[in-house]
Write a protein that binds this ligand. Sequence first.
Ligand code: 6LW
Length: 505
Amino acid sequence: MPHQLDADAVSAAPVIAGFHPDPSVCRVGNDYYLACSSFEYFPGVPVFHSRDLVHWTQIGNVLDRPEQLRLPASMPSSGGIYAPTLRYHDGRFWLIVTNTAEGAGNLIVTATDPAGPWSDPVWAPGVPGIDPDLAWDEDGTCWCTVAGVSQLRIDPVSGKTYEEPRPIWSGAPGAKAPEAPHLYRIGEFWYLLIAEGGTERGHAVSVARARTPDGPFEPCPANPVLTHRGTDHPVQNTGHADLVEGPDGSWWMLLLGVRPRGGTPGWHVLGRETFLAPVTWEDGWPVVGGVAPDPASLPWPLSPAPVEAARDDFDGAALRPYWISVRERPAGHWSLDERPGWLTLRARGGSLDEPDVIFTGRRQQHHTCRARTLVDASEGRGGLAVRLDERHHYEVEVDGTRVQVVARVGDLRSVVAERPLPDGPVVLGVRIAEPAGPHGPCTGPDAVSLGYEDPDGAFTALASLDGRYLSTEVTGGFTGRVIGMYAAEGTVRFDWFEYGSEGAA
Ligand code: 6LW
């Protein structure tokens, strides 16, 4: 039997909200570091730091140079960077990750400071597939375990592999997608933690153990040790987990989950988020407690919650680490210096439908939120967008004389509102909130209003659109919403960008 979940005793709050899936975590002394997947966005692999496993601050991105990360226009959305493993070994941080773009594969980078700089990649062509893990045994042998689940020995310094991959354990017989393996020595056993059932509602975490890192593995009789399938828990799709020891020596799991909203079948719009769950041990097996425990119930003092400035004035020398672009951030197409204190974007691609669009955005991290930006489009056309992928986005766009709201949903593209605008910079806004009216089985997850502000600050919503079309259940893939600025034509400048939650989660 999976661990019984008591939905009332949990907060349902992620520890890292928004599209931050496939968490991998390691502990160095009193510090914790965590890395996530980033798919088609550049820079890739956000890295976070925490002292209490609850409050995480982004300290950088692992793949933040073009030499480390090439994501060509031919690579589809939700391709690119999948599922890293972050470990500390022998005085260095090691990160192994897959780039699914053509001509790429599995790569290893190292750093002495997880905030960076990280090394150029060492490619490991002998490592097949996705979800690579690295674990070192007492002799210093490095074991690489991948989705499937199979394993091979590797030299992580050169990327050379010493054998063909050997299948080691695939979870429940017939289970879909055995993946996300992590291998650890804990006490007298080597534990192999995997995800199975696929990253949708059937997602689960299972475990096996062995006396040696290469098996033979004995499955836990209580598998899956965690799943929310078939429950009404507010956090669904739970899986893809990593284990870590807490500050007090207790054990914890970081995992991905989603928060579907609305009627049936439920739509999640923030992507797969990172959650925390307690782990205890019974008969040498991990038992997972309720996902998203109330932080006040944790057995150690919490550090102060990090305060993120709501507004970025673009006054710094570099973009803050949470800003992400689609596939690349090409020199000559963006600048903080050209007009100091402004982010200047120079168009390429023509619209958000194109894979090479010039876009700078941040993950939507709250169900109820607002974003605003002051735009000068006197030399071009661009605006503020809520993006899921090329085929699914809503945007409010200006060209110096006119403002319009565009919705792209699958094969359909429509200008849903349009009106003339007086000359000069204008504040564009997006407001995301609960759908209006009585809720029923067909109610969507949220409503996305797009518009502009009058000089006196009053918001005019030009359109309010059903948020379900910007949910992962509709778009497919592995990401979530990103809200940001783009240039579709010419040069478009942004004086500041503000993002804030409005009370709700
Ligand atoms: C990842 C796999 C998964 O490689 O989804 O939920 C894939 N787990 O382990 C993409 O994130």
